[in-house]
Structures are given as structure tokens and as C-alpha cells.
Design a protein around this ligand. Sequence first.
Ligand code: MF3
Ligand code: CO
Length: 247
Amino acid sequence: MIHVKSEREIELMREPCRVVKDTLAFVGTKIQAGMTTKELDVLIERFIRSEGAYPSCLGYGGFPASACISVNDMVVHGIPDDRVIREGDIVSVDLCAYKNGYHGDACRTFCIGKVAPEVEKLVKVTEECFFKGIEGLKAGTPVYDIGYRVQKHAESFGYGVIRSYTGHGIGKEMHEDPNVPNYGKLGTGTRLRAGTVICVEPMIALGGWQVKLLPDGWGAVTVDGKPAAHYENTLVVREDGVEILTL
Ligand code: MF3
Ligand code: CO
């Protein structure tokens, strides 16, 4: 069941979404070659808490850290550890904050120093996929239109669209209905009503879309070992368009 938010609830959601946005901007100033993903996670946790918010990922289904940090061929849900971030890596930082009784959720993929041009392009196109995906999105749009547009853009570059992870509704819970896949058929799926808050999050691979779960049960990597990028925002569907809360 999709829980459509009242204007009051949307007001309350602005703050956790603002914290997520500011945390990602902070990550942009701190992330660099030589640090471990765990060191970055510690900084993220401190920042989120200093904003009076809780890092929603911490403890979620037993997840042991405050952010999902996924390097290169890791697509999503990387557990921060002793891995050292190196020049030429791409690092997806996906984080959620809980405040005012609501969650916010966003992800950016950071390029560390000089990155191979084809990988840099993947990161840029993945961000473009988000904006293509929400093109024309407003009250009444069928949810698979988003995925259709994401997929069309990604595949026009020969990229693989990750199937096994999707965007989602968000609110009092980090994951609510509806599911928001990054693939689909135009004109199909639930029509989104005004006041629906969703996370649109293209996950796009330089090679094939197949992924496998790591033994830790969280991290997912591409089967062919090619890099993948991820870009996500929390947004409200409005009568005449969308309002992005984490930008
Ligand atoms: N933002 C991530 C998602 O929507 C959060 C995953 S929960 C965690 O999938 F426990 F893995 F952190
Ligand atoms: Co999400």
C-alpha cells in the first residue's frame, strides 16, 4: 500500500533530507585516496549525529555501519571496512538519515582523482539517468515510466541496468511501497499520486547487469567485475512535477 503524505508530513521530511544532502556535500570535501571506507564511515556517522539525526542504515536489518560505501565493481550496500580508497576509484556513498520521525535517502558516486574516461562517463550518465527518469514525472504518471526512461538512456550507451535492486517509497520507514525499478514498460504500473514520496536511484554498470552477493550478505558486485555507479534522490510527486528534497 502506498502511503501518500500530507503537506505536514512532507514538511517534517525536509529536515532528514536536508541532513542527507549536507552529509553528502561533507563527504565530497573529505573523501580522498589513502583513507579507508571505515574511516569515511566514522566521519559520516559523526556528521549525521551532529545534525541531531540518526544514521538509519546503522542496525537496519543488522547492517553494521552508518553508510553503504561501494567501490568500483561493488554496486550497492558495501560494508565500510579496511579497504583503502585509491586514485582512479569510483566510490558510491549511499546514506539515510532519520529525524522528525522520517527518513531521507540519497546516494552519490564520487570519482577519486583521475578516473578512466569511460568510467567517468559512466558516473556522469548514471546521474543523467536520474534526471531522464523523472522527466515529465507528475501526479498520474505510471511508476514504470521512470524505469523505462532510465533504461532507455543507460542502454543507449550500452550500459547494464541493475535489476535486482530498485528505488522505493520512503517515509516513516526507509523502504515503503511502491517499488521503483530502473527498467520497465512505458504506461504500466501504479499511477503515482500527488504527495507520494519516493527514492529514484539508477544503478548502472559499465558491463552486464548481473550482480552477485558477497559472502557478507550485503555487498553486491557485478559478475563481470566491471564498475557500476549509483545516483539517488528522495523526491515528492506533485500535481505538476516533482520536488527533490535531497538536492
Ligand atoms: N539507501 C539504501 C537503500 O535504499 C540503504 C540500505 S539499508 C542498509 O537500499 F542497511 F543497507 F544500509
Ligand atoms: Co534508497
